[in-house]
Design a protein around this ligand. Structure first.
Ligand SMILES: [Zn+2]
Length: 274
């Protein structure tokens, strides 16, 4: 049986030709990225407003204030450590009132969300900051865009590229597909987990970001242990493809000396002696 190779539409061809291989900030890994930062940010904005319009958002109280504080400090640290792309980001964070959901995510462009159910596992502010750092690191490393680019390659570009290039419209199916491709689909019931490579990269960069924001990176060890034993249906972003707990802790320990240097520097800048 003969199969015809998938055809590229003229528009997609333009995108492919205009695209280049990119480099992940912080790790130097080469990645396939068939879209511009502007396109990533447009997708992020669209998916974010869709997610927020259908979620109960907490707008006051101690937890709200903690999440906003973490968001600000993490954004400041990310802009410092990884100015490209973090300085172009349109940072925003919200706390969603879903006590049974143990999850958090960030979209391309730096808009992120934390579910109230996560706070029962994180416990303290340092641990929550490590999670936010991890999520934001996915955005900084363009993991959503990389995955969408890989899908474009795999599917001949028909579905995903169509979504990107289409006129803006509010179509829940479209939003769900974009969210799933970006790795944050838990709100809409669709989820494509990030690869292990992406997870390890987000762990490492996220640790540096949280530390540079003045949060104790050592909190990450106990945090990921608690997260792994949270079990049940499992928080989708955290258990699906994450490296085994042992490998993960090993990698975190390896990254710890550099993270501690960022942490100590941040402490000094905040006038706290380590
Ligand atoms: Zn992740």
């Amino acid at each position: 049986m003969r199969t015809t190779p998938p055809r590229l539409s003229p528009l997609l061809l333009l995108v492919v030709l205009a695209a280049a291989c990119a480099t992940v900030p912080g790790t130097g890994r080469r990645q396939l990225k068939l879209m511009s930062l502007d396109q990533e940010m447009t997708l992020g904005r669209e998916a974010y407003s869709e997610a927020m319009s259908s979620s109960p958002v907490i707008q006051s109280g101690a937890d709200y204030e903690m999440v906003q504080r973490i968001g600000e400090r993490v954004a400041r640290a990310a802009r410092k450590l990884y100015p490209n792309p973090a300085r172009s980001f349109d940072w925003e964070i919200n706390l969603i009132d879903e006590p049974r959901t143990v999850n958090a995510w960030a979209l391309p462009g730096g808009k992120s969300a934390v579910y109230s159910g996560l706070l029962t596992i994180t416990g303290d502010e340092d641990s929550l900051a490590v999670v936010v750092g991890h999520e934001v690191a996915h955005a900084i490393a363009h993991h959503g865009a990389e995955r969408m680019s890989q899908q474009m390659g795999l599917s001949g570009g028909m579905i995903v590229a169509g979504l990107i290039l289409q006129e803006k419209e509010t179509d829940p199916d479209k939003a769900a597909t974009i969210m799933a491709a970006l790795g944050v689909g838990s709100t809409l019931g669709v989820m494509l987990p990030f690869s292990r490579l992406h997870e390890s990269e987000a762990d490492e960069l996220g640790l540096y970001i949280a530390a540079a924001a003045g949060y104790d990176p050592r909190a990450s060890i106990g945090l990921w242990e608690r997260m792994a034993s949270a079990g049940g249906d499992g928080p989708p972003e955290f258990l699906s493809t994450h490296p085994s707990e042992e490998t993960r802790i090993q990698r975190l320990r390896k990254a710890m000396p550099k993270a501690m240097r960022y942490y100590n520097k941040a402490q000094r800048e905040m006038g706290i002696s380590p």
